[in-house]
Design a binder for this molecule. Structure first.
Ligand code: C2E
Ligand code: MG
Ligand code: MG
Length: 555
């Protein structure tokens, strides 16, 4: 075989080469180099034109070196920009060999073939990188996460793992406080803390925005959780460059019944939604039982409109009692789902609909029904009492929400004073701003407002400093401890009632279950209450009946 044939032969085999350093491929290169009297083959790579100008190579590798050395006469192939840098191949003749023009041509053809192989492998590397990495952060991406999960399912070891769905908390507020660039930087640094604790057989990847996922061995779950709770991140040298970051997470303890990657992610995602919107804790664990629940939840969302149109969502009314007179002076509409004759409580479906904007449709359905019921009561000659309707914070993204509510009232010709809109407090600064706007617009429209579950969140005080609510509903947890001997809670309760009065808000206690609570509330000056002691939430007809009954006797 002459040199020309040897090069052709090599070019023919070139497509098999994957990695110059694996023994088979290395053998191919050695073989041809030997046949062409090549003494040394080098590969040099510069990351950019700048580093090339400065003569600082990113890589300088020897692909082949003959045992008896080489002569310092080089030929170079390269000088072309390839993805990720400029690279060159150099060949030198064997020691003591002088190449003819034909020999040199053969050596060039050989280098050219190497160049093609390198370009191809580099392109594959880059493609792999782009396929499996998030371009913004360099973290693994969803495609990588899915392939990682599938691998564990295929190998039958998925039950050794827990999946995490992580949302970095309050990124909207971090953005506002620190600006977009610093906030993004903080998010990267925080994510890097998670990456640090990831083991070889575990995986952490970004889904997008401030959402990440992880597949963690069950025995390592605790160390991961410690990062979720709180981590101080420094993004500069100054004191104020230290920021406490935290996250919410859903944790799905996987079992051997998992057959599809989306079960792994859905379980964790539902757990996250449950943690954030229902129990409002930093993280929640999920298991098979909860996964079944999740399937039901999905079906609920899917068929929501059918249920709505069939009139399956109805308000039940819980009376509000004036503690001086014992009379019912209002009520709260609480949604019930009448499913196949059974009454489904709201905690089973409200959190599900709250994950999307379905809750907004539901709230308006309840509002419409409440307005119809009130106008029917008035039309029948009854004295009308104001009714509270719960509105989800999800409505805050609708700038016209207050006017939309007014339209419903107006379409039933209802006095605006007869409806009270209840909102719960919100931790997010953005939502709080929007809430302020919504409440002041409702004030302008003469529609009364109430702050529900007051005292359980972190922002209760700031909320009522800035916003005028007509009513403040003291959360059941304050009422529950009455009689428990917890003096601190008693002091809190007393002062909440006092400042509500001073700020011109009507105070009402919820969840009253015994006469002892009533007398304590009265003593502190809270003169309205609602709770099972008086009545549970009742179907419309029963509430109507209650309106006509004798007042409650209050000692
Ligand atoms: P909430 O608005 O704080 O309503 C008070 C909840 O406490 C009601 O639960 C009521 O039945 C319960 N409750 C009242 N008195 C007592 C008592 O003495 N003891 C005990 N243990 N519980 C008492 P319910 O009806 O299960 O509603 C739960 C939550 O679901 C509501 O809390 C509200 O946040 C939400 N919700 C209900 N209906 C709607 C709705 O139409 N729209 C929206 N967005 N949320 C709703
Ligand atoms: Mg309420
Ligand atoms: Mg409440």
């Amino acid at each position: 075989m002459n040199k020309y044939e040897a090069v052709c032969d090599f070019q023919f085999k070139e497509s098999q080469i994957k990695d110059f350093f694996c023994p088979a491929d290395k053998g191919l290169v050695e073989d041809i180099a030997n046949k062409l009297d090549v003494g040394l083959v080098e590969f040099i790579e510069y990351e950019s034109d700048q580093t090339e100008k400065r003569g600082i190579p990113e890589q300088h590798l020897v692909y082949y070196e003959a045992g008896d050395g080489y002569d310092d006469y080089e030929i170079v192939i390269g000088d072309r920009r390839v993805i990720g840098g400029n690279f060159y191949f150099r060949a030198y003749p064997k020691k003591g060999i002088k190449w003819s023009a034909e020999d040199e041509k053969a050596a060039r053809a050989f280098l050219n073939a190497l160049f093609i192989v390198k370009s191809r492998t580099r392109l594959h590397e880059k493609l792999d990188y782009c396929t499996f990495h998030d371009m913004q952060t360099g973290n693994y991406n969803m495609a990588y996460g899915i392939s990682f999960i599938n691998d564990k399912i295929d190998r039958g070891i998925i039950s050794q793992y827990a999946s995490f769905f992580i949302n970095i908390r309050n990124m909207t507020d971090v953005n506002k406080c620190f600006g977009n660039e610093a906030a993004t930087q903080l998010m990267y640094l925080y994510a890097a803390e998670f990456e640090k604790v990831i083991g070889k057989n575990e995986c952490f990847w970004r889904i997008g925005g401030d959402n990440y996922c992880a597949l963690i061995l069950k025995e390592n779950v605790e160390k991961f959780i410690s990062l979720i709770n709180e981590k101080c991140i420094s993004y500069g040298d100054r004191d104020r460059d230290n920021v406490k970051m935290s996250a919410s997470a859903g944790i799905y303890m996987l079992d051997g019944f998992i057959t599809r990657y989306n079960q792994v992610l859905d379980g964790a995602q539902s757990a996250l939604a449950y943690a954030r919107y229902v129990v409002r804790v930093p993280y929640v664990f999920f298991d098979q039982k909860s996964a079944k629940l999740m399937e039901e939840n999905r079906s609920m969302e899917l068929h929501f409109n059918e249920y709505l149109n069939a009139g399956e969502f109805v308000p039940y009314y819980q009376p509000k009692i004036n503690l001086k007179t014992g009379k019912i002076d209002g009520g709260e509409a609480l949604c019930r789902w009448i499913k196949n004759g059974e009454v489904v409580p709201p905690m089973r479906f409200i959190p599900v609909f709250e994950r999307s904007n379905l809750i907004c449709e539901l709230d308006f359905e309840i509002l419409r029904r409440v307005c119809s019921d009130i106008s029917n009561w008035v039309a029948a000659g009854n004295e009308a009492v104001p009714m509270s309707v719960n509105f989800s914070r999800r409505h805050l993204s609708n700038p016209a929400i207050a006017d939309d509510i007014a339209k419903v009232l107006d379409s039933r010709g209802l006095d605006h004073k007869l409806v009270i809109i209840e909102f719960t407090e919100t931790e997010s600064v953005t939502d709080q701003k929007r809430l302020t706007q919504v409440i002041s617009r409702l004030n302008e429209l003469g529609i009364r407002t109430s702050v529900d579950d007051f005292g359980v969140g972190y922002s209760s005080m700031t909320l009522i400093q800035d916003i005028h609510f007509d009513e403040l509903k003291i959360d059941k947890s304050f009422v529950d401890h009455i009689g428990s001997g917890d003096e601190r809670k008693n002091v809190m309760l007393k002062h909440v009632i006092a400042f509500a009065a001073e700020l011109g808000m009507e105070c009402i206690a919820e969840g009253v279950e015994n006469p002892e609570q009533i007398s304590m509330l009265k003593k502190y000056g809270c003169l309205r209450a609602q709770g099972f002691y008086f009545a549970k939430p009742l179907p419309r007809e029963e509430f109507e009946k209650k309106l006509h009954e004798e007042p409650f006797v209050i000692e």
